[in-house]
Design a binder for this molecule. Structure first.
Ligand code: GLN
Length: 487
């Protein structure tokens, strides 16, 4: 039985029917990790012993006749910017290389209550700043479909782990695309919830007004189940919404008849890869034949989204990262006095991309420039949100590419920051508007790499995008594929 190829819901059914033990599932995943970790580098920390203990505890519950929840005994992985009590949480940065949080993030607590098994922590771009996992201080993660290619980022480890059968599910975070874009590059399902839908307590902040945690899974059904577990109000996060949480699995029905799907002209950018264009066109015609109505729409301020996003994200990052000063926690590099200690610590322990963003952010916030940059970026943010509000008067969901190209070769654009930032054109606008979106595979490039599309919804309308994604997925079998890697 190819356990590592199964979705979480298939594994759950096997457990409920007592056809397999949770310990076997976990052992199997640990073997897959052992086989593929060297080639993929999806994990920063593997928790083999703890995972086995968690699995055995679930087997004991089952043996005692206890009814188990969806995720009980199902092994997954947590992005390494989400705090885990007693387990290193590094943000893939040298500055937090030895940081062991004294508390669990709220999502981790919820997953523990659900008796999930934690296989480990996954690699990311340093502090989630990047789109390829190449800025990690602990080495690049490789795309399981072609190890010379990036897995995307910043949740590259989380996406690669699911794609390579090294985890049945994972958590990522999405500030400007970091769940959806790696999901697209690795051919898995990534859901970025509405801002405030999932608690950020214990998510190490990159840009607090944009960050959101969400699941990466093998299929849409698993995504709905995971969201059921992690969504909901949390008194520990004042930005977490008190909106009631529906049962997202109720949206796992095939029905897009009459659904109005908007196609935003501005997301089909110049220089877009032909294979991506063809895959999206095919998805659009599939939706049409499923009974959806396709509507051309315009989101005119999209062209300002990258500039606005990078100003806001960097401004917030500069503020959030000021706490790493060698005093309270994280690494310290000594110096002759306190100033040189702080300077040495930050100079030696932050990577180049993080430093670049701190500089951009401080510049944008500094006196004399604030109005011209930061304040203007906030005004543009409002215009972008209004574009979506207007579009959603006409349509129920918006369908768009996730990125202008499929995954690219490792090292090919990382030395050109502007080129890197421009890749985010299709993902950052909706983070600025706080909207939910799901990314799922809709094709394959001529080079054999997955291509994804995203379905964007109204605020708190995850049910509609889940339903639309689920309906599309039923006719396809992309999600049954797992990249076989070993080295
Ligand atoms: N690539 C974007 C950035 O570098 C998005 C990152 C993210 O969502 N964490 O900021």
């Amino acid at each position: 039985m190819d356990l590592h190829k199964k979705s979480a819901h298939e594994l759950h059914d096997l457990l409920v029917r007592k056809e397999i033990k949770a310990a076997e599932i976990t052992d199997n995943y640990l073997k897959c990790i052992e086989k593929a970790q060297l080639a993929i580098n999806a994990y920063t920390t593997v928790l083999a012993e703890k995972a086995k203990e968690q699995a055995v505890a679930v087997d004991e519950k089952i043996a005692q006749g206890e009814k188990i929840g969806f995720l009980a005994g199902i092994p997954g992985a947590i992005k390494d910017n989400i705090c885990t009590l007693g387990i290193k949480t590094t943000c893939s940065s040298k500055i937090l290389a030895d940081f062991v949080p004294p508390y669990d993030a709220s999502v981790v607590k919820k997953l523990k209550d659900a008796s999930a098994v934690f296989l480990g922590k996954t690699n990311l771009d340093e502090f989630a700043m990047g789109g390829s996992t190449e800025t990690s201080a602990f080495g690049t993660t490789h795309n399981p479909w072609n190890t010379n290619y990036v897995p995307g980022g910043s949740s590259g480890g989380s996406a690669a782990a699911v794609a390579a059968g090294m985890a049945a599910w994972s958590l990522g975070s999405d500030t400007g695309g970091s769940i959806r874009q790696p999901a697209s590059y690795c051919g898995v399902v990534g859901l970025k919830p509405t801002y405030g839908r999932v608690s950020r307590y214990g998510l190490i902040a990159y840009a607090s007004s944009l960050d959101q945690i969400g699941p990466l899974t093998r299929d849409v059904e698993d995504s709905a189940h995971l969201l059921n577990i992690i969504a909901g109000h949390d008194a520990m996060d004042s930005t977490c919404a008190s909106e009631a949480v529906p049962d997202y699995t109720k949206s796992l029905v095939e029905d897009v008849k009459g659904l109005k799907i908007g196609l935003p002209a501005e997301y089909f950018v110049d220089g877009m890869d032909e294979d991506v264009k063809a895959a999206i066109d095919k998805a659009v015609s599939d939706y049409r034949s499923l009974g959806a109505e396709i509507v051309d729409i315009s989101l005119p301020h999209t062209k300002y989204a990258i500039a606005s996003y990078y100003l806001i994200a960097c401004a917030e990052a500069a503020t959030n990262l000021s706490r790493y000063d060698g005093v309270s926690y994280g690494a310290r590099v000594e110096g002759d006095d306190i100033i040189s200690m702080m300077t040495n610590t930050r100079t030696q322990k932050f990577g180049a991309e993080v430093k670049r963003r701190i500089m951009i952010g401080n510049y944008a916030l500094s006196e004399g420039y604030y109005d011209a940059y930061y304040l203007k970026a906030l005004k543009v943010r409002r215009l972008i949100k209004e574009d979506y509000d207007k579009a959603f008067e006409k349509v129920d969901v918006i369908l768009a590419p996730v990125a202008p190209t499929p995954a690219y070769e490792i090292g090919s654009i990382i030395s050109d920051p502007l080129q890197m930032y421009l890749q985010d054109i299709c993902t950052v606008p909706l983070n600025l508007a706080g909207l939910p979106a799901i990314s799922l595979r809709c094709g394959t490039s001529k080079g054999g790499l997955p291509i994804g599309m995203q379905l964007i919804g109204k605020a708190f309308d995850e049910p509609t995008i889940i339903k639309a994604a689920y309906t599309y997925e039923q006719g396809k079998d992309f999600y049954k594929e797992v990249a076989e890697v070993s080295k």
